[in-house]
Structures are given as C-alpha cells and as structure tokens.
Design a protein around this ligand. Structure first.
Ligand SMILES: [Zn+2]
Length: 143
C-alpha cells in the first residue's frame, strides 16, 4: 500500500499524484477522560509544494479563531525552513507553469550536486521542539 493516495491540494485543488512531493497532514481524533478511549479513523489532507511554501511564508492565521490553520502553518514552517528542496520544487513548478524549460533533477550530475548542496547546508532536525513550540533554525543554533 502506498504511503498516500493521489489527492487534491487542500488550498488550490490541483491533484497531487503519489509520486509527487507534497505535505500531508494526518488528522485523527481521540477521546480522553474515558476508560475506553475511542479514536476516529485517520483522515489526511495534502498540500502541493507551492501551496505549502505559500502557507509557510504567509501571514500566521489567528491561533484563537483558526487553530487548525495555525497548526498547519506552524508545521509547514518547520518542514520548509529545514529543507531547501521545497523552494526548489516550487521554483521548478513555476517554470513549468510559465512554459519555461524545467531542468530534470534525476540526471545523475544534477542529483549529485543537489545532494551535496543539501549536505552543505545541513540544518538541525526539523522536528526539534521546545515544549511543543516551533523553534526557528536561528534560535536552535543559539541554544
Ligand atoms: Zn496547491
């Protein structure tokens, strides 16, 4: 079974194939405070790389009135600030939409260069957290 199924981007509605990079939010509810904790089935929503990047770089939704949007915003910022691949993929998508040539990333020479670049800018783990709050990369280095 694949890690995910093709699904529309929650923000723009474009279909995201299973072989395309995306961010998926898995959501499951559970009951607390009862002896027999009931859990809902897990549901997933997907964001294409362009929308994920726009979410991460956009304004923070108001946490009090849009708590789920705020959680997605924080998660997208964590992931995208930790890996330049999303910005590259978003740039490639923009070139494609503009009808410009799109360099293929699977050419061994390009793939090797990109892998070396990612190693050179290796950042702390993106899931590093302090009491459940997002720690921006610049603050991780200070601690
Ligand atoms: Zn989208």
């Amino acid at each position: 079974m694949p890690a995910r199924q093709a699904a529309p981007c929650l923000r723009c509605g474009d279909m995201i194939d299973i072989n395309v990079a995306a961010i998926v939010a898995d959501i499951r509810l559970r009951v607390v405070g009862f002896e027999d904790a009931v859990r809902s089935a897990q549901r997933s929503v997907s964001f294409c790389v362009t929308c994920a990047e726009l979410i991460a770089k956009g304004d923070a939704p108001p946490e009090r009135t849009q708590p789920l949007n705020f959680i997605v915003y924080e998660g997208a910022r964590e992931i995208i600030s930790g890996d330049p691949s999303f910005s590259l993929l978003s740039w490639l998508q923009l070139r494609k939409e503009c009808g410009l040539s799109v360099p293929t990333m699977i050419e061994p020479k390009v793939l090797k260069a990109w892998t070396e670049f990612r190693k050179a800018v290796a950042l702390p783990a993106t899931l590093e957290r302090s009491e459940g709050e997002f720690v921006p990369p610049e603050k991780r280095l200070a601690s």
